[in-house]
Each structure stands twice: as C-alpha cells, then as structure tokens.
Write a protein that binds this ligand. Structure first.
Ligand code: ZN
Length: 229
C-alpha cells in the first residue's frame, strides 16, 4: 500500500483529473481484489456485534454501523462525542470562511426517546411508508451514536440544502473527518433519500471512503437498504 501510495502521489502531482481516477481505483482495489493486502483488509472488515451497536474494525478506528439493518440498543445514550464536536466546529468555521451561511445551531445527538418523538410525529403527518424514507425508526438512528450532525443554514433550523454550500460540503467534509452519509444514487444502499446536511464523523478513513465514491455500507461490505420487516 505504501508503495502504491507513493506512486500515486508522484502520478498525481499536477494531474488532478488523473488523480481522482487513480485514487478511486486504489480504494476499490482494497475491497475487491485478491492481493494479500486487500485480503487482510477484507478479513478485518467483518461486522462485529458490540455491547450497544454493530461495528467494523476500520483501517484506523472502530467504525460503528447503524442503518435499517443494524440497530443500536435502546439504552445507549453516549451524548455528543467530543472529538466529533471539535471536528464539527472546525468544519463550520471553514464553511463560514468560504462565505456560506452556516448556523451555530445544528441537530446532533438524539437519544432513543427523542428519536421516537420525531419519528412518531412524522408518521402521523406523512404515514409510515413515507416517514421511513427520511426518518429513522427509534433505535435505528445514526444520531443516537453522538457522531452525527445535521447542518443548519440558519438558527431557525433550516437544513443545509443550498446547492453551492452542499457541493462544497460533499467535497471537503472528509478533510475534517466526516462523510456526507446519504448521497444521491445510493438510496438502495443507505436506505435513505439523499441528505446534503447529514454528516457522520468517521475520522481518518473518511478520506478513503469519500475517494471510493461508495456508500459507507458498500465501502465496508455491510448490508444496508430497507428494514427487514
Ligand atoms: Zn441527520
């Protein structure tokens, strides 16, 4: 990998377009090829069941997985993750410097009961089928990990959808350790409609995930999509 990386750095300097291509090739080769190196990564990418949630041992960190197939326990109540919050503040600052309207308010950690409240409200308004496309059932929300933030355009809580800011976020979030979790065209994998505002803290591996152009589920080979029932 080190060798490949070096080659990559040399090849890339000065050729941004080629760079993107090269990088995505390397990332996908980690997952699907049969070299010794990728085999070792694949063997580490086994979904494990922890006390409160499922996780993957990523390249650098343990990566909790919460989606419509893999819930988090009802009593898991970690609050906001301090490392993720510090990264969020840096990202928000960077976005403001770019001239984007980014509120200091956001929607972050939600415990099981708060998620129940929201989900039930959406079901009342839109019906269960529709609500399931944009709101997680209690116990299935990534927000319960304390690693997720919905960015706001204003202090009234308007979710970040402005196209230019959203594009910048999609292309730069990894520099701060985040991925935009639900991207267009990946609904079959993530189980949710695209959300330009919902960022998930990953840490160092965010960059590789971003470059791979895969969903979190695809990148780690984890089952996603809809609920089992
Ligand atoms: Zn969200």
């Amino acid at each position: 990998m080190m060798y490949k990386k070096l080659i990559y750095v040399i090849v890339c300097s000065g050729f941004l377009g080629a760079c993107q291509q090269q990088e995505s090739n390397i990332s996908s080769s980690n997952i699907v090829t049969t070299t010794q190196e990728s085999t070792s990564l694949a063997s580490k990418s086994v979904l494990q069941k922890g006390e409160h949630y499922y996780f993957i041992q990523g390249k650098y960190d343990k990566i909790p997985i919460v989606n419509k197939k893999y819930p988090v326990s009802k009593d898991y109540n970690p609050g906001e993750d301090a490392v993720a919050k510090a990264a969020l503040l840096k990202l928000q600052e960077a976005m403001r410097k770019e001239g984007f309207a980014i509120a200091s308010g956001y929607s972050g950690f939600r415990d099981y009961n708060l998620q129940s409240y929201f989900y039930n409200k959406y079901v009342e308004t839109d019906g269960k089928e529709k609500a399931d496309t944009y709101s997680a059932r209690p116990g299935y929300s990534e927000h319960q990990l304390g690693l997720v933030f919905d960015l706001w355009e204003d202090e009234q809580g308007t979710l970040l959808e402005e196209p230019v800011a959203s594009k910048w976020l999609a292309e730069h979030a990894h520099r701060y350790g985040f991925i935009v979790r639900y991207t267009p065209g990946k609904e079959y994998s993530t189980g949710y409609q695209a959300e330009s505002w919902h960022i998930r803290y990953i840490g160092q591996e965010a960059e590789e995930i971003y470059r791979s152009k895969l969903s979190l589920e695809e990148y780690f080979g984890v089952e996603g999509g809809n609920y089992r029932d």
